[in-house]
Design a protein around this ligand. Structure first.
Ligand SMILES: [Ca+2]
Ligand SMILES: [Ca+2]
Length: 219
């Protein structure tokens, strides 16, 4: 096998290793009765695993007689990352904007009345136009004092804060959180060892060929 071919194979293996499982799992469904926590200091914990983790919720302005805030936390296990947050097709927010904010840790300590986003990793004003897109890069852009980040987010615990502004009626949303596995260091070491072994073999082969060319042939 040529070095080029081996690299192609290894690259394919890397893609497989980083890939997620095919199954999408609904990890939370509001269904009109399971409102996510209204308290940032005590978010609803939602269990997630490698693959697509779907949350169906409602931002319910009128029935709650105030702005409905949906707070939830989740854990990104060791050797996995939060790779994407996609807005799903069932999202039907009325005209206006909704806020998606994320903070490291098991609570959102930033007050809705805070003058800045200091303490958040990132946040985004989003609308139905975001349907079908991964909003995580935009969330991580950072502004108004938030830390900012470049996806993916590493293993750890995170808390999300969702809400609409006061001009909203009821609105449904669907969000898919994709957790992806990452290779363990031992896997990288095996790849590197394989490449080095191949390179060494090719080098020895080349030297042997050179010696044969330089050695005078007896007549
Ligand atoms: Ca809600
Ligand atoms: Ca709520």
């Amino acid at each position: 096998m040529s070095l080029k071919r081996l690299c192609q194979v290894l690259a394919t293996c890397a893609c497989v290793t980083f890939s997620t499982s095919a199954a999408a799992v609904v990890v939370w469904d509001d269904a009109g009765v399971n409102d996510l926590s209204n308290n940032g200091l005590a978010p609803t914990f939602v269990s997630m695993s490698v693959g697509e983790n779907i949350i169906y919720g409602v931002l319910d302005y009128f029935s709650s007689s105030s702005i409905d805030r949906d707070y939830f936390s989740f854990a990104v296990p060791d050797n996995t990352v939060l790779a994407a947050v996609e807005v799903l097709g069932n999202t039907s927010l009325p005209p206006g904007t909704a806020v998606f904010a994320i903070q490291a840790g098991s609570a959102v300590t930033v007050s809705p009345d805070a003058p800045t986003a200091n303490g958040l990793l990132g946040w985004l004003n989003w609308t139905n136009d975001a349907t079908g897109t991964n909003i995580l890069p935009s969330v991580g852009s950072g502004s108004n004092g938030s830390t900012g980040f470049v996806p993916p987010l590493p293993a750890g615990t995170y808390s999300v804060w969702l809400q609409t502004d006061s001009t909203f009626n009821n609105g449904a949303y669907g969000l898919s959180f994709t957790l992806a596995a990452v290779p363990e260091p031992a896997v990288y070491l095996l790849w590197v060892a394989g490449l080095l072994a191949l390179a060494s073999s090719r080098s020895q082969h080349s030297r042997a060929q050179l010696r044969r060319r330089l050695t005078p042939r007896s007549t």
